[in-house]
Design a protein around this ligand. Structure first.
Ligand code: SAM
Length: 274
């Protein structure tokens, strides 16, 4: 039997001279999985590359909650080929059980295993496009498929403008100046951790707010940052709403919502510090 070509030696780490590090084949598959980052919601903010890939796709997969269209699918409405085959990947659970419970871990792991198997089987012969809101490698569900698929199938990931970038541009203020430190937090973190990070950063982005918003607002108040915080709901999407967070009913917050605290760092000004 001919000796199989060896893949990269993962223990050695990336050879940066060779450019972006990808676990490359050999793959048996003739097709591949392409995850197209779609940007923050407004289809006009999609890259030319993702636009081209989405319009040409024969097989299109996307995540959604059962009974919902799915945000990524909504972004590409009107763009798919008439003969495109769609694969809605429906989460078995979302917020019903705590994210750190064994039940959540088991159900989600099983779900990602199953879809990774299905997509890998499809990619034996076909190109499959997975749709992803924002950028696929920023808290994206696709990452859980990527980690399962990358050793067996060619996987291409196409960058997208992250949701937070769309949000801070719509909020109409620069997020960082000079040497401001920007920290990106997940609203799912414990309140004490949120508070510690909020106290030590100049500019803040808090993602995964939704039902975590009351906790996020309490931490911001304790850090003395609540008055500077802006809530961006559905940034660049239809139904967008941008308001100061202070004084809002924090119990009423959609899933696609981000809290921003803008930095105020160094900027050259006549009469400023020499
Ligand atoms: C699972 S993360 C996915 C992030 C995505 N991959 C990205 O690049 O933005 C989902 C969270 O991103 C934030 N988000 C993403 N896009 C948003 C938008 N257009 N408006 C408001 N929040 C958004 C929300 O906080 C939401 O809970």
């Amino acid at each position: 039997m001919p000796e199989q070509a060896k893949g990269p030696d993962l223990a050695k780490g990336p050879d940066l001279a060779k450019g972006p590090y990808l676990a490359k084949g050999p793959y048996l598959a003739k097709g591949k999985v392409i995850c197209a980052g779609l940007g923050p919601g407004d289809p006009d903010l999609m890259s030319v590359k993702s636009d081209r890939i989405v319009r040409a796709a024969r097989h299109v997969a996307y995540f959604r909650k059962p009974g919902r269209p799915g945000m990524a699918r909504q972004i590409v409405e009107g763009m798919l080929r008439a003969d495109a085959v769609e694969y809605p990947m429906e989460y078995p659970i979302t917020t019903e059980v705590p994210v750190d419970s064994p039940e959540y871990n088991f159900q989600l792991a099983q779900f990602y295993d199953l879809w990774a198997q299905r997509l890998a089987a499809l990619a034996l012969t076909e190109e499959v496009v997975v749709l992803c809101e924002g950028d696929p490698f920023l808290y994206g569900s696709f990452q859980h498929l990527w980690s399962r698929l990358k050793a067996q199938t060619e996987v291409e990931v196409v960058a997208g403008i992250p949701g937070m970038v769309g949000c801070w541009n719509r909020a109409g203020l620069p997020i960082t100046w000079g040497d401001d430190i920007l920290t990106v937090l997940a609203g799912t973190l414990p309140e004490a951790e949120l508070l510690a990070q909020m106290q030590s950063s100049d500019a803040l982005v808090v993602m995964k707010t939704g039902r975590n918003l009351p906790k996020v607002a309490r931490a911001l108040a304790a850090a003395g940052r609540l008055e500077d915080a802006v809530l961006v709901e559905r940034g660049t999407m239809s139904g967008e709403r941008i308001r100061p967070l202070a004084g809002l009913d924090a119990a009423d917050c959609p899933y696609f919502a981000i809290v921003l605290v803008h930095g105020h760092g160094r900027r050259p000004q006549i009469g400023g510090p020499e």
